[in-house]
Design a protein around this ligand. Structure first.
Ligand code: ACO
Length: 431
């Protein structure tokens, strides 16, 4: 008997089975042989919300949630945040290695020269109501890109894939800025290819009448760091959506639109927006004890947004970096008055038995919104600011899924608990 195996005895039949263990997992399909009788379908696993199921083998991002470790392609997030740029990190996520000199230049050139969007996209955005949520506009315009680039359907051609990857990474800031400008009733500002990825995004977002928009280097660096921290996070809800939708063979624009939809939810990328709304609602430090009480007595209904994580049962390493970054940003912008409420909330929560027992620590969203707000972004742009850099991770995961011979169209099983077969009753006989 192999040491790397699991022996299971089925008490219904008394039969024993030996299942191989590989990388700390057993194959769910190996359970299928375990049957109570000849007509039995075979044993399945039941795992709603995938809390203990590995759905893929990946070489992109490593997380140790208990120790608070996050690495992209082996590189610690702390080193990347300090030393890298977002574009370099995006290259790393997608290619597995940091770019060498020539590669870095041609990658930056390719992304920079795909920042424009078709003029009809502007008209599409103009059709949205003045108060449309920018995330809804982003989701729609990304989906619309699939109609502008029909060749993107050829997902098995590596060159075609490469081109859509440049396009998506390059156009996300343009589409995001377009959504913001529409919300503000401001004219669209075209990309400036002489600027860095982040500086260009800032000028497309904030430029008003000045001929050359001066981007403050501290704010540009802060955005680089925030984008690096949001680049990828292995198999979270939106990445799972990207992989699942992409597994049908659809083009990457449609799959990315699905991932954006998943990210929009308040329990995922929408949380940074909810944190700010929560801090504004609390309003002052003296209201914190009552708010904490409400959280603890609501039976899970009122949550301390920006706290807790499915994987991190320790301080989110990204939150640590962002907390330091916040101080640097506030030296340039004015100090965000909500910061004091956030610091006090964190202080109380980290000592409160309710949060300690459940291992609830600040996550990436707890402080990022405070920086974005201080930089001048309206609250409903926060999830959009998450979607821009995460596009690199989604695309890396999508391509890895496509090239993985073990992957097929995603199709979970279910346990059917509904009515047994019955005959249709005409309306007059339904009581
Ligand atoms: N505030 C108060 N209680 C919480 C919180 C919170 N933020 N998060 C979890 N809990 C409690 C739950 O009520 C539950 O308590 P119980 O055991 O008494 O029922 C327990 O902690 C476990 O929570 P689950 O919801 O089972 O944990 P899960 O892993 O499913 O959820 C999640 C993780 C969704 C992130 C959750 O912690 C949450 O809702 N946090 C607030 C939203 C948030 O900040 N999301 C951003 C996540 S980071 C990201 O997506 C980029």
């Amino acid at each position: 008997m192999s040491k790397d195996s699991l022996t299971i005895t089925d008490n219904r039949t008394g039969k024993s089975y030996e299942l191989p263990i590989e990388s700390g997992t057993v194959k769910a399909l190996d359970l299928r042989q375990i049957k109570a009788g000849p007509d039995d379908f075979g044993l399945m696993t039941y795992d709603p919300a995938f809390t203990n199921t590995a759905a893929c083998k990946s070489r992109i991002t490593f997380i140790d949630g208990d120790k608070g470790i996050l690495n992209y392609r082996g590189y610690p997030i702390e080193q990347l945040a300090e030393k890298s740029t977002f574009l370099e990190t995006a290259y790393l996520l997608l290619h597995g290695e940091l770019p060498r000199r020539g590669e870095a230049e041609s990658w930056a050139h390719d992304v920079t020269h795909h920042t424009m969007v078709h003029e009809n996209i502007k008209e599409l955005v103009a059709g949205f109501r003045y108060d449309a949520h920018p995330m809804g506009m982003l989701m729609s315009t990304v989906a619309a890109l699939s109609t502008f680039y029909p060749e993107a359907k050829d997902i098995h051609d590596a060159q075609v894939r490469r081109k859509q990857i440049f396009r998506l990474i390059a156009k996300m800031p343009t589409l995001a800025a377009l959504a913001h400008r529409h919300s503000m009733g401001l004219p669209f500002v075209y990309p400036d290819n002489d600027l860095s990825y982040c500086a260009n995004f800032l000028q497309m977002t904030f430029r008003v009448t000045e001929p050359t928009y001066q981007v403050h280097p501290v704010l540009e660096k802060a955005l680089e760091v925030l984008f690096i921290l949001h680049g990828d996070h292995e198999q979270n809800c939106s990445t799972n959506a990207m992989r699942a939708v992409g597994s049908s063979g659809v083009d990457p624009y449609s799959a990315t639109a699905a991932a954006i939809a998943a990210l929009y939810g308040p329990l995922h990328g929408g949380a940074n927006e909810q944190v700010l709304r929560m801090l504004e609602e609390i309003g002052s430090k003296d209201k914190i004890p009552q708010f904490i009480k409400d959280v603890k007595t609501s039976g899970g209904e009122v949550r301390l947004m920006g706290f807790g994580h499915r994987v991190y049962k320790n301080y989110d390493p990204r939150a640590k970096i962002i907390k330091v970054m916040a101080d640097r940003v506030f030296e340039v912008t004015r100090r965000n008055p909500l910061l004091d409420i956030a610091l006090e909330l964190e202080h109380i929560a980290l000592e409160d038995e309710y949060f300690v027992k459940r291992k609830l620590y600040p996550n990436v969203d707890f402080y990022s919104g405070l920086i974005y707000q201080a930089m001048g972004f309206p609250i409903d742009m926060f999830p959009v600011l998450f979607a821009i850099p995460r596009t690199a991770g989604w695309l890396a995961q999508w391509e890895e899924m496509l090239l993985d011979k073990e992957q097929k169209i995603a199709r979970p099983r279910q346990i059917y608990l509904g009515s047994p077969r019955r005959d249709y009753a005409p309306l007059e006989k339904r009581g």
